[in-house]
Design a protein around this ligand. Structure first.
Ligand code: GLA
Length: 387
């Protein structure tokens, strides 16, 4: 474990004592994620290639056996959530939905749980598309389970996190974010096949490369409503194919030749993206394995074009950042990352270029939008753990 992470966790535990006058019984730490490629494929039983990163959310808990009081301190969000686990409670903010939702979902798996002091802190910028919410769910659920030594299979744990989003936050997200946060491995990406719910570790032997995320400075306000629309459009396209071709039993059976069956042009474009994006995941892996940088650049560019024109989840600022990145002479590729409608672009380039690239893209963005985009280098890290 690196010193930054160890020091940060030690300080977190000290703050727990300052808040509650107790030493936490358990501390779970879960990372955010980048996604190298494979966007909007998770809820369509496709493929993705995320990696866990060196930004985390930590949750510490001290169970209260003689009280039904639950208190969550989340100082990064200047929030305190308090409720009585024996009384009805209605969450009034997204954070309350995450906190209350995770506790409610996990309570049936715990025989002794009554009340708790909980501290949640993190180094993941909130709402910037690197999965602070999944990291929060993973760390909180892992910590709750550990108070009674309950073990869950990583896939089942990820499904509980997904249920917090579905049932309490009302976003129909897939399993990409929690699986990456749970199963990531330093120096590796995770090839996830969402039709099998299987994962494969892919070594990232590209020591001379860096991954930079550049933030579009756009609040992802449309993100959840448009996200749900895309989920519904894909569902409608799938149903139509299924009705007309009995060999298609699952979304993962959909191939290029099925696309003309979809009568709605927009839904057809959505599936065209998904089918091609799945292929790009394996092409990207081959490009990494054979160090084919030009090939990687072509694949990442095609992914962005598809997200922009076929899936329509980009925005002007993201497109500007991507276009500007591709004008930089030494680049291994760039594309928008995550759900879209704001958030970050992901850029892969030689590490030696980072000091020149960041001011280059920041200046260009400032000229156009009069805002300074936040650009940061991210390293891969291990998935969730106890510390
Ligand atoms: C968000 C969702 C994920 C996934 C991505 C797009 O991050 O939470 O489940 O669908 O968007 O790839």
């Amino acid at each position: 474990m690196n010193t930054t992470k160890r020091n940060w966790i030690e300080a977190h535990k000290k703050r727990f004592f300052q808040y509650f006058g107790k030493t936490p019984v358990v501390t779970a730490v879960a990372p955010g994620r980048i996604n190298l490629i494979g966007e909007h494929t998770d809820y369509n039983e496709g493929l993705s290639l995320p990696a866990a990163i060196d930004r985390w959310i930590a949750t510490s808990i001290y169970p209260l056996s003689d009280s039904t009081r639950i208190e969550i301190q989340a100082p990064d969000m200047s929030a305190v959530i308090r409720w009585d686990s024996a009384q009805p409670f209605t969450p009034a903010s997204a954070l309350e939905s995450y906190g209350y939702g995770a506790v409610e979902l996990i309570r049936p798996l715990l025989s002794q749980f009554s009340g708790a002091y909980i501290l949640i802190e993190g180094t993941i910028p909130i709402g910037s598309g690197i999965s602070s919410s999944a990291a929060l769910e993973v760390s909180l659920i892992k910590a709750l389970l550990a108070t009674e030594d309950v073990q869950l299979d990583p896939i089942v744990l990820a499904q509980y996190c997904q249920q917090v989003e579905h049932q309490f936050v009302n976003v129909k997200s897939g399993l990409l974010d929690p699986l990456a946060s749970i199963m990531g491995l330093q120096g590796h990406a995770l090839r996830i096949d969402f039709s099998q719910l299987s994962t494969q570790i892919i070594p990232l032997e590209w020591e001379h490369c860096s991954v930079v995320l550049c933030h579009s400075m756009v609040q992802r306000s449309l993100a959840s409503s448009e996200y749900s629309k895309r989920v519904d459009e894909c569902e409608a396209g799938f149903k139509e194919i299924q009705l007309n071709d009995s060999s298609v039993l699952r979304k993962s059976d959909i191939r290029k030749e099925h696309l003309p069956i979809i009568s709605n042009e927009r839904n057809r474009r959505r599936w065209e993206h998904v089918v091609n994006e799945n292929q790009r995941v394996d092409l990207f892996i081959q490009a990494v394995q054979h160090q084919q940088w030009e090939q990687m650049k072509t694949i990442l560019h095609a992914s962005h074009m598809s997200l922009q024109h076929l899936y329509e989840v980009s925005c002007m600022e993201l497109d500007f950042l991507v276009d500007t990145a591709y004008r930089y002479p030494t680049l291994y590729g760039a594309r928008m990352m995550g759900g879209g409608f704001g958030g970050n672009i992901l850029v892969v380039l030689p590490s030696s270029e980072v000091p020149a690239f960041i001011p280059y893209i920041q200046n260009a963005f400032y000229q156009k939008f009069k805002l300074q985009p936040i650009c940061q280098v991210y390293q891969t890290d291990n998935g969730a753990s106890f510390l």
